[in-house]
Design a protein around this ligand. Sequence first.
Ligand code: C5P
Length: 232
Amino acid sequence: MQPHERLILALDLPQHDAILALAKRTVGHVGMVKVGLEAYVRYGNALLEVLAELGHSIFLDLKLHDIPRTVAAVVKGIDARHIRLLTVHASGGPEMIRAARDAAPDTLDIIAVTMLTSMDDSTAKAAGFLGGIDATVRALGDMAISSGADGLVCASPDLPLLHHIGGKRVVPGIRLGHVDGDDQRRTATPVDAVRAGATWLVLGRPVLQSPDPVATLNSIAKNIADAETSSQ
Ligand code: C5P
């Protein structure tokens, strides 16, 4: 995989015009764009069509979490021609993950979110994951892959916990340096995440808030390429 193909740009912007302008500028500079709930509830499938026409592959980050029948019905209702990755919450359980996988075409990867990168041990325990982050990530990751998920969303520090488990790895919480007051708790730089085993990196605010998003993406891809060369 080329370094830029590892980059997934999160289109977390409120305005349709701004989303499209950024999507146009970044064609060929990223492997995928990510449409999350923020953009999907406003602009729906019409946005997916336009992004696909621009030539983007799409990661639809809906983080589904419901009973198996409902999740299967949602997956069947998605226009999968345009979508390469779709997320479900691993904590929805084995039957829900299996239902999502069975309802999706082979061209669509079902990716299970283990623990949100915004959580730490104390918020995980407060939410009922009494084993804390590490034990929960390991248990959910194992269960999700053996239930048919094609990959996992996890934080970079979690990747070593999951080495024994197959599948692809989508890693959000990517930061280029320290950010004061960040809501993301378990972060890593792009190079560290790739070294730890990330297949794809999700980039939101580090690119969205950059004065030159394309230059930032290109510089991240170059850093990854340099790191890959120096490790050969
Ligand atoms: O702006 P930032 O780089 O933090 O954006 C990260 C993106 O990845 C957001 O769209 C967020 O919804 C998504 N995400 C995440 N943690 C997960 C799964 C997805 O941050 N576990």
